[in-house]
Design a protein around this ligand. Sequence first.
Ligand code: CTP
Ligand code: MG
Length: 227
Amino acid sequence: MVSAIILAAGKGSRMNSDIPKQFMKVNDKPVIYYCLKSFSKANVDEIVIVTSEEYISYCNELVAEYKIKNVKAVINGGKERYDSVFNGLRSVNGAEDDVILIHDAARANVSFALINSITKEVYKSGAAIPVVPVKDTIKIVEDGKVVNTPLRSSLNIVQTPQGFNYGAIFKAYMKMQTENHDGITDDSMVMEIYGDLPVKTVLGDYSNFKITTPEDIKQFMSLKLDD
Ligand code: CTP
Ligand code: MG
């Protein structure tokens, strides 16, 4: 079985908007609609939406209005992204060998083809994330001074959905609770630090960017959305 956790419990502080970015309207539809549509088109058996308490009933209404199939539950998130993921993992109740996909609702332009190719790799190797090569040279800067230039050819931008064997990622998240885990920004890091499976990479899409700042929402609006 393949389950997906859609993360929509953030406040979107970098967007400077009155409502969280995942609920801002683009083409008359909330941002979260676009990824839900891709997940319902992909080979995914059940979807859990994680959001903040005040948006739970709104999300249930959206699911009904847009007839998003396979949504099993809309649940409460946590303070940090990893807290929201952990709530999602506990609500899924999957079997050890199930596939779990973890996706940022703010990554609205995800394709169902990418979702399926991550799933395929997880069935093969247990852990997979989408990446795209960095195009620019990246510098490590401290106090306004360059201290290092990492080799560009090994640098990649990481996206979601990140996919894992359910038993393995659940075990890693359980271990993480017992240790200091500040600075964890994605699920792959949880597997890298607390888990025991190597994380494979799959080529993502440059258009699968995360809507984070006002420039990003403008870019998303300008994409020709055919629905
Ligand atoms: N997220 C979540 N629970 C949190 C924090 C974030 O479910 N406690 C979700 C967001 O809703 C988003 C995804 O995780 O879909 C990626 O997080 P990010 O882009 O950082 O979103 P925000 O935390 O909402 O934005 P910001 O960091 O600018 O406040
Ligand atoms: Mg955040």
